[in-house]
Design a protein around this ligand. Structure first.
Ligand code: NAP
Length: 234
């Protein structure tokens, strides 16, 4: 098992939900955690803040400008608007594309020169909506399919280049976080029914999966973890 004590892990989406839970587990293991957010005051006080708006390419580049060595990157930031293809607001699509796909991809690229020559790990948080399109998924699902494709492409490129950085994707079903308020905006009854119908995953469940990846022995690359509540139908 890889010991995370004194390792340095960069986490986007560190201020809320799944990312916050990941930071907390990393701190428990003695890691130094750098957390990217637009709201530094929302971070756990033990997390070192990096303020950036991931929808802005110059902010994404800024994260890496004075960054030292890191051992792992967890791309967790994400936006989920309910925005259908037939009548959704393209501004919502654009923000989701910028944060969920462009920022994640650029963070992957820019992180590579910060890993030690012995290797590193990148964990990208996708979604079950990146593996099957839910009926109301709208433009969110395409962004999560893209996360899976970016991760697979990057893994192949790294192996071809002989670079020892491992790429993993974690794809959860419903997780009870503030993101659901955004996803169900205007459909609050539907969110209440969904909560009633199932015990959703908790942020800590996803953090546990991420820790399994990060703590695996160096020769073990976990490609994908798909996980849903035992009570979620698909
Ligand atoms: N909740 C679910 O049911 C679910 C299911 C599957 C996958 N996921 C994925 O899991 C990841 C985390 O979601 P969550 O449920 O934990 O959501 P959350 O509680 O709403 O947290 C979203 C995080 O993303 C960050 N973020 C959003 N836009 C940003 C921007 N422009 N610049 C910088 N940071 C930004 C937020 O940071 P600030 O606002 O502080 O900047 C926040 O830390 C997302 O990628 C999401 O797609 C969630």
């Amino acid at each position: 098992m890889t010991n995370l004590r004194d390792s340095t892990v960069l986490v986007t989406g560190a201020s809320s939900g799944i990312g916050k839970a990941i930071c907390s587990r990393l701190l428990d293991e003695g890691a130094n955690v750098l957390g990217v957010t637009r709201r530094p005051s929302s971070l756990d006080p033990e997390v070192s803040p990096i303020e950036a708006d991931l929808a802005k390419r110059e902010d994404v580049s800024g994260i890496f400008r004075d960054l030292g060595k890191i051992d792992a990157l967890v791309n967790c930031a994400g936006v989920a608007y309910l925005s259908r293809i037939i009548d959704g607001n393209p501004a919502d699509w654009e923000e989701m594309w910028r944060v969920n796909v462009m920022a994640l991809s650029l963070c992957c690229q820019l992180s590579l020169r910060h890993f030690p020559s012995t290797g590193g790990r990148i964990v990208n948080i996708s979604s079950m909506s990146g593996h099957r399109v839910p009926p109301t998924g709208g433009f969110y699902a395409p962004t999560k399919f893209a996360v899976k494709a970016v991760s697979d492409a990057l893994r192949l490129e790294l192996k071809a280049a002989g670079l020892p950085v491992q790429i993993s994707c974690v794809s959860p079903g419903f997780v009870d976080t503030p993101l659901l308020e955004q996803y169900f905006l205007g459909r609050e009854e539907s969110l209440a029914k969904t909560r009633e119908a199932m015990k959703m995953l908790e942020p800590g469940d996803i953090a546990r999966a991420v820790m399994t990846i990060l703590q695996s022995p160096p020769h073990v690359e976990i490609g994908d973890i798909l996980m849903r509540s035992g009570e979620q139908r698909m």
